[in-house]
Unconditional design. Sequence first.
Length: 328
Amino acid sequence: MGKSVAILMTTYNGERYLSQQIDSIRSQTFTNWTLFIRDDGSKDKTIEVIQRYSKIDDRIRFVENPSKFHGAYYNFFNLIEYVKNNYQFDYYFFCDQDDIWKEHKLEIQLLRFSKDDMPEMVYSDMSTIDASNNLIDISINKIMGIELPNINNLYFIHAYIWGCTAGFNHALLEMVPSVDIDKDYLYIEKLSHDNYFAKFALEYGKVLFCPEQLVLYRRHGHNVTTSHHFKLSPLNVFRKAILGFNELALTHAGVYNQTLYMLKKASGKNPLSDRLLEIQEVIKIGGLKGVRYFYQNRISRKQLVRTIGLYTIMLFGTYKKYIMKELL
């Protein structure tokens, strides 16, 4: 029997673009997939769209949502646990409700996985489109540099592995510690599932990059990452540094909180390596120690102005007031 793929999609008020995304999945050249869709209490006709497709294509499954916790990350982690506990596939792919997949996406990414049992994640470049499907940028990698330059960057910068482009094998799913949403709900509210899985893949397996643009990522006013500025001019950086320094510190603290949570979960399985212990210490101490670590390990962004912001926040330790005390 051939490879099997589970596609994990969460939805919320997504009726406007959902049909285009599902149609793009149904048009994939690789066809042995099952699409699991978990809604988070949509007030529009999203559920009607899902049910309509599930009636005409038995590869599409609507997953009930009885959870008392609501939000994009809660929904994704709940869906991951549901599929993990009830099914087994060879590969798993994250999927947003409002993008469009190129027809060869699954086929190309599946070819990038190794044939061994090592935990692996594969992600790709993507193009951006607007609400009317007009092309904005042909390559996010050319703008932001999302091809991960070194293994340490992801612990301090979440600008590389976008969940809407990412897939992983069953070995990684089994290796990544499950999250207890009832117990850890404060952390999970802002814990990105893609970066959580990616860090475990980096540390205990492989992360592989496809240079092809395999997703048309939609930029509009309602998606979770729409506030992310792909292009940042020196003037915008200066304005942000002066007027929004606390906001910038909060953004960096969000990344560091997620890294500390991942390290906490990893230490529950095995003792942390010296390298991970050093990363943990750098986040906790910051200051000159953090800047020295950044320099020695070549932690940087593709754009110089972003790198300056990264170093400045670390040097002054302004992120520390936003670090969750339970993780220190």
